[in-house]
Ligand binder design. Sequence first.
Ligand code: AQP
Length: 327
Amino acid sequence: MRIFSGIQPTGAKHFGNYSGAFRQFVPIQEEGEAFFCIVDLHSITTAFEPEELRESSLDLAAMLFAVGLDPDRSTIFVQSHVTAHPEAAWLLSSIASYGQLGRMTQFKDKGERQEFISAGLFTYPVLMASDILLYQTDVVPIGDDQKQHLELARDLAERFNSRYGETFKVPEGRFPPTGGRIMDLQEPERKMSTTDGQPQGTVLITDPPETIRKKVKSAVTDSGSDVRYEPEQKPGISNLLEIMSVATGEPIPQLEARYDSGGYGQFKSDVAEALVTLLDPIRMRYEELRADESELRAVLARGAAKARETAAPTLEQMYERMGFVRP
Ligand code: AQP
């Protein structure tokens, strides 16, 4: 089984990324041949600083190893090291419709909040489709916010296969049953996010314990004092319940039963401690791994070599089937 997932090196990664994506990566790497891609080409579709991009690409590599990815089992690489990705994206853009791209929620949401809307932000999902399809991927472990983009990748695979002959596997998404969409602690109706979230409402994986405690303590809660999972009526408390369930592995009904009539105070302080217990060892491992930049670069170079070799035959087939004269 082939597994592929991409993560943007945009700023520091947060608990939402951990819950929706990283947490699934560790067990899934045992199920087949896994590729995890630091999608730096995606990161330039919104405003960015070149120096930060360089640093955060290496930060993300260290983070992926800190959460438990094993470079001997999985291939971890940087997207821009494998030029097949933008090449395949250009070929796929000829079968992606302008209308479908315009309906992407992420494009509409992010577009609304930017003064300058890049063409790259619009075509982003085509590059994401090429990332996934080049590896003949069976399974894509991702958070709920990526469902629509994955659907587009599936549509493009089917369209290409029917127009030019069977070339791509049609991938399936794998979404966590709990914690697939973690919300901002300050604005629980919006997802926790690096670029669009509130700093106080975003728990970073590298936040020190005191910062985590402060952020959870000031999390927006709802009227009433009962701890119940009702996302419509109680978005703040329901989000905290999901966070605690992800952090401890305890099912939500069990947590509801324990905290139901105890008020929000004790509950919030236990959520904070559960996060600290989970994230503190990751932060410490991260700091250790991040300090050895030459080792990180060496592992990424090995990953890129393997990724290039794996993606090349699919790209070649795309060119062939579309009628290009090959050199
Ligand atoms: N809030 C979230 N809850 C659960 N999963 C999430 N993911 C992102 N936010 C949440 C999942 O994390 C993986 C990597 O995401 P990404 O780094 O590619 O970027 P993103 O989705 O753009 O993440 P951000 O932080 O939310 O950034 P912006 O501000 O760009 O929207 C993906 O599998 C994603 O589903």
